[in-house]
Design a protein around this ligand. Structure first.
Ligand code: TRP
Ligand code: SF4
Length: 476
């Protein structure tokens, strides 16, 4: 396949969303001129909205990026963190891949990426069926690896191995108003939708707060999630803001800031003051972001970094960072019955399904009902199979489908052939990446162990600050 012909599946479908803030948040924080997968492909399907909305001002301004300051550590600068999780409740299917995982894969090159198995979250709804969790944690991780999540570039871990998530959840619960949780839309919706389960539990009410703890404990800047999860990220922002307000006040903050600014390179100090002014007086999000980035690169201890970040934003010390949702465009991939692909409809093609099965099921997929006989012309817009072509097939095949279908020049079986080949080809790549881990299950655990260790270091740093700001003793 020609590179310029690359299909939509290789590009990311994310853009920033923050309903409560201005337009400045509705764009991707990084370089506008390339999509995150680094290839030059446009949008093969033509009808999906831009996957990454462009950032108008470009990357770092030359003034900043060329800064000769000796105050930066020679190590790679701390990049903003991205964090996301999934509940281990079943095998992942092509909808998960094209909806979420493609984005994760693209993000892992530009951010410090944390991806975790939300097994505690799964228990909030599946507390009565531990076997679901037991059977799916490693399988889901293998699906991630199959998708191209790379343990060398991303931190992959399991929530329940990190007691810091639970500890932060508990501590946040002290100062989170009950009404904030009762108000989260998924709370009442899910209780109604999953009426076969008793969800009037303490844990289920706390679900979004546990999610807030997941995010805040890594100081994540970006959280790639689907639309349904945006209210949870919003709640996370409110919780962080309240926490910083309650515990980030320090009477000597001004003196400390003056001291800190005079200890760093004078140009940089000035730059931070100017950035702060542009933000506080002009509402300049970009100036705020650049200054935050500079502070992120300073070689200073976490508490001082939080003081600088809080001062920059115009408040007290920023103990917890407010994250933003990176909205993942919902996958519109149809399942084999033409409805949206979903495990609960039984119409999903799993990422690592048996090839013969996949072929049969696509061959049996319904097409445009107008094409009763081979000689009846059809309309791809009325055919669920076409939705798959849009994701899987290059432009040349797509125009062959369009013309052939409308002129009855091709039959539906002809039409499905290149699609089946493309799906099988993709699955072949999945199986290839999964194979070493399937052969050696211990390799999965070893990889996860390493991920958990890295995650613990980061999470523990946050917890040290959280405990002490809340008046708790340091570890004896
Ligand atoms: N609630 C998310 C879901 O159901 C899973 C999740 C848990 C999550 N913790 C998270 C997602 C933190 C992003 C960040 O899909
Ligand atoms: Fe659908 Fe292709 Fe058949 Fe047209 S030819 S109805 S697009 S499967």
């Amino acid at each position: 396949m020609d590179e310029s012909d690359r299909v939509a599946s290789d590009a990311a479908r994310v853009y920033a969303a923050s309903p409560t803030e201005g337009a400045a948040n509705h764009r991707h924080p990084d370089n506008p001129s390339e999509n995150p997968s680094g290839n030059a492909s446009g949008n093969a399907s033509g009808n999906l909205s831009p996957r990454l909305s462009a950032h108008p001002s470009g990357n770092l301004s030359p003034r900043l990026s060329a800064h000769p300051s000796g105050n930066f550590s020679p190590n790679p600068p701390t990049r903003d963190a991205v964090l996301s999780g999934m509940r281990p409740t079943g095998a992942l299917h092509l909808g998960h891949y094209h909806g979420a995982l493609v984005n994760w894969v693209a993000l892992q090159d530009r951010y410090r990426s944390f991806f975790f198995v939300a097994d505690w979250h799964a228990l909030t709804t599946h507390y009565a069926s531990p076997e679901v969790i037991r059977n799916n944690v490693r399988e889901m991780v293998i699906d991630w690896l199959a998708a191209g999540i790379d343990p060398e570039r991303s931190v992959i871990f399991v929530q329940s191995q990190l007691p810091q998530h639970a500890e932060l959840h508990l501590l946040l619960s002290m100062c989170t108003p009950l009404g904030w949780l009762e108000r989260v839309p998924s709370y009442k919706d899910q209780q109604a939708n999953l009426s076969d389960k008793d969800l009037t539990t303490y844990g289920f009410l706390g679900y979004p707060l546990l999610q807030a703890a997941d995010i805040l404990v890594y100081q994540a800047a970006w959280v790639p999630v689907g639309e349904d999860q945006v209210p949870h990220v919003e709640l996370t922002r409110e919780v962080a803001r309240r926490f910083n307000h309650l515990y980030g006040r320090e009477t000597d903050l001004d003196t400390r800031i003056t001291g800190l600014l005079s200890s760093i390179n004078a140009n940089l100090g000035q730059e931070l003051r100017t950035g702060r002014q542009a933000w506080l007086e002009g509402g300049d999000h970009e100036a705020l972001r650049l200054a935050q980035q500079r502070i992120g690169q300073l070689p200073c201890d976490p508490a001082n970094r939080q003081r600088l970040l809080g001062w920059l934003a115009g408040g007290g010390r920023q103990i917890l960072r407010e994250p933003q949702a990176l909205l993942t465009e919902a996958s519109r991939l149809p399942g084999v019955d033409g409805r949206k692909m979903s495990k609960s409809y039984g119409n999903a093609i799993a990422m690592r399904d048996d090839p013969a099965q996949v072929e049969t099921r696509i061959r049996r997929m319904p097409t445009d009902p107008a094409r009763v006989r081979r000689t009846d012309p059809g309309d791809p817009e009325r055919c669920p199979v076409w939705e798959l072509h849009k994701v899987y097939c290059p432009a040349s095949v797509r125009s062959w489908v369009q013309e052939g279908c409308r002129a009855a020049a091709i039959g539906c079986m002809d039409c499905k052939r290149p699609l089946i080949d493309a799906v099988l080809d993709e699955q072949q790549r999945f199986r290839h990446r999964a194979e070493p881990y399937l052969r050696d299950p211990e390799a999965v655990d070893a990889m996860l162990r390493k991920g958990c260790e890295t995650a613990a270091e980061v999470a523990e740093q946050t917890m040290v600050e959280v405990r002490s700001s809340m008046g708790l003793m340091a570890r004896l």
